[in-house]
Ligand binder design. Structure first.
Ligand SMILES: [Zn+2]
Length: 204
């Protein structure tokens, strides 16, 4: 059977953006919880899926962390700023989160409804609160990427870039201030090239 990738999703279709936000939510939550995956895509081979996070490595003995990343897709789907009520969440799970709930039942079986609601609120706090900028950015890049696919490493860089106070965020800021492509040490008055090429070592 031919398992060719589906064509690139229509960038002007709101459903493409909903899928992008949903998958961005899963992938950003996975990064924050240290759960590994290979890629996130809007073009999975399985025709039943609109999007997917592929090759998620199940964290041993961390079913709640896994359940949280499953819940983060629906939590991220409504556009930024929309108020997500419990009724909205229930409708979203019926409409597009059924596969996510099946995964929770398979790998994090026995969670009470109360526990699921607590984890859902925690997931929403990540994807609509602390990491909302990263989710927006991942969704945007997924939609506009030629393959509509990002690797885990690419998502990680985006998450780091939006982490206020993080080193990646600081470096981006400084790069913008200094101008890209500035050779290291170029503005220094010290002309000794050994200062520029000094290896990064830690003295004992
Ligand atoms: Zn999902």
């Amino acid at each position: 059977m031919d398992r060719a990738r589906p064509p690139v999703r229509d960038r002007s279709d709101p459903r493409t953006w909903a899928t992008a936000r949903h998958e961005a939510g899963h992938s950003v939550a996975a990064i924050t919880l240290g759960i590994r995956f290979r890629t996130v895509t809007l073009r999975p081979l399985n025709p039943d899926h609109a999007g997917a996070v592929l090759d998620v490595r199940l964290p041993p003995r961390r079913p709640l962390a896994f359940a949280t990343i499953c819940l983060a897709g629906v939590a991220a789907t409504p556009p930024r700023g929309a108020i997500l009520t419990e009724a909205d969440a229930a409708a979203l799970f019926e409409h597009e989160g059924a596969g996510d709930l099946r995964l929770i039942n398979k790998h994090a079986d026995g969670l009470s409804r109360t526990a699921l609601v607590r984890l859902f609120l925690a997931a929403a706090n990540i994807v609509r609160g602390t990491h909302a900028d990263a989710v927006d950015d991942v969704a945007h890049r997924l939609v506009h990427h030629p393959e509509q696919t990002l690797t885990e490493a690419q998502v990680r860089v985006i998450v780091d870039d939006h982490q206020p106070g993080g080193i990646s965020h600081l470096i981006r800021q400084m790069e913008a201030e200094l101008g890209h492509g500035q050779p290291f040490g170029a503005t220094s008055t010290n002309s000794d090239p050994s200062n520029v090429s000094a290896p990064l070592t830690v003295k004992r």
